[in-house]
Design a protein around this ligand. Structure first.
Ligand SMILES: Nc1nc2c(ncn2[C@@H]2O[C@H](COP(=O)(O)OP(=O)(O)OP(=O)(O)O)[C@@H](O)[C@H]2O)c(=O)[nH]1
Ligand SMILES: [Mg+2]
Length: 422
């Protein structure tokens, strides 16, 4: 408890630092996102410094002059540290810390810190701690112990508000314990998934840039109560809910962690099993914040992340969300990568009838409605229909079971050949 209060009290006042070849929109958006990340982590931004450079300095991230300028600026200003907009290499991290003699954070540490405070389930907590320790292990090797200069606050918080263990010798041990724990949880998850796979349900994964409105959509469609917030990474752990469509069919929707540009490699690795929800779904529901000026780049980041997860070939429905915030209609909103596009407001429910009929089309696609009398001796066929199809009517008659059901096309062929043999 004591520690929790300590951590909250450590209000940080930081300077944002970035490197870009020119002062373009991309870097402006990236910096404004970094500011949001700092806010979400509980810090305040005192200003930002942009260095115009072709690429980052390999040893010190910034050039010498810029470092001196920052050093001047933070002297006697009450600024408690700097946050760099890229992931720093171990050498950059250590050199900057030495030269500036202040707390140095990077985008990755910030994101890991936010994830640490958001993780709720045991799987989420293990994944975050593992990602944090891997990040740390790489930065403690050989080069002294400059991470211990972080003191408290951002960058030092672990899942469940516990402080991260800083000792290098212990990190290795802890990593192997966590890996074992994670393997157990994953085994459990795949069992659940297998069970779900047996059910005659189509599944859709809700994906999108962080803060796009994914959880708001799930809540509004299914009455779920996932936390929604105007903050980055409000959701970490996946939630699945069934959406019943007016014709009685159901689709399972899963809401999960949002994507962001420069998503730390450690997190993608650690969260692979959570993100794999996407791989096991039949449909990808891509939620886009259509009111965000950076929408196009955010969409590109989502597609890149989907490809890197191996989910590139799945059918995609793109939902341009928050259209209640757009003034002059929404006609130019298009996504050539999507199979279908919808314009909605997850908050008001605008556009939901079209979306729901879109889900219905998706379920019916590739399904055949059969009406057949199945002889009692072909009981195997009936259990196949039960496991893979959706039974609408079932009637026990003298000469067999009359069934009216929706079945996948693939099953239909198999069924017919079995039945013709009886
Ligand atoms: N005006 C408006 N606001 C919306 C709409 N949908 C979501 N929001 C707001 O956008 C913010 C983010 O919504 P969330 O549902 O938490 O977003 P998310 O995609 O789940 O975000 P993460 O879990 O953080 O990745 C909240 O403040 C919502 O109230 C919408 O259709 N219109
Ligand atoms: Mg969410």
């Amino acid at each position: 408890m004591q520690e929790m209060i300590e951590n909250r009290d450590a209000a940080e006042r930081v300077l944002l630092v970035a490197v870009a070849p020119a002062e373009n929109d991309e870097i402006k958006e990236s910096l404004s996102e970094l500011k949001e990340l700092v806010r979400t982590a509980g810090g305040t931004v005192e200003g930002s410094v942009l260095q115009i450079r072709e690429s980052v300095h390999p040893a010190t991230y910034l050039g010498k002059g810029k470092i001196e300028e920052i050093s001047e600026r933070i002297r006697d200003s009450g600024i408690t540290g700097i946050v760099c907009d890229d992931e720093l290499s171990p050498a950059q991290y250590n050199n900057l810390t030495d030269m500036l003699d202040t707390k140095v954070l990077d985008r990755t540490m910030l994101i890991l810190d936010i994830f640490a405070s958001r993780a709720n389930t045991s799987e989420g907590k293990i994944q975050v701690e593992l990602a944090q320790l891997r990040y740390r292990a790489a930065r403690l090797t050989g080069l002294g112990k400059s991470l211990s200069r972080l003191g408290g606050g951002i960058g030092t918080r672990g899942p469940g508000e516990k402080k991260l263990e800083m000792d290098r010798r212990l990190i290795g041990k802890r990593i192997s314990v966590l890996k074992e724990e994670l393997a157990e949880v994953r085994c459990h998850r795949s069992l659940i998934r297998e069970k779900r796979g047996e059910a005659p349900h189509r599944t859709a994964a809700i994906v999108g840039y962080t803060n796009a409105g994914k959880s708001t959509l799930l809540n509004r469609l299914t009455g779920a109560s996932v936390l929604t917030e105007d903050a980055l990474f409000a959701t970490l752990d996946p939630t699945t809910r069934a959406l019943e469509l007016p014709d009685g069919n159901e689709i399972l929707l899963t809401d999960t962690v949002g994507f962001i540009r420069k998503l730390p490699h450690e997190l993608i690795e650690a969260f692979r099993s959570t993100l794999e929800e996407v791989l096991y779904s039949d449909l990808i529901v891509h939620v886009v914040d259509a009111s965000n000026p950076d929408m196009d780049r955010q969409m590109a980041v989502v597609y890149e992340t989907l490809y890197s997860l191996g989910a590139g070939g799945k059918p995609v429905y793109t939902l341009f969300n928050k259209i209640d915030r757009i003034e002059n209609g929404h006609s130019p909103l298009m996504d050539p990568k999507a199979d279908r596009v919808f314009h909605i407001s997850a908050l008001s429910g605008e556009g939901f009838p079209e979306l729901i009929s879109g889900f219905r089309d998706f379920i019916l696609e590739g399904q055949i409605l059969i009406e057949r009398l199945i002889p009692y001796q072909a009981a195997g066929v009936i259990s196949l229909i039960r496991s893979q199809g959706i039974i609408r009517e079932e009637e026990y008659r003298n000469d067999g079971i009359f069934i009216k059901a929706l079945v996948p096309r693939s099953l239909y062929g198999k069924m017919e050949s079995t039945l013709s043999g009886t």
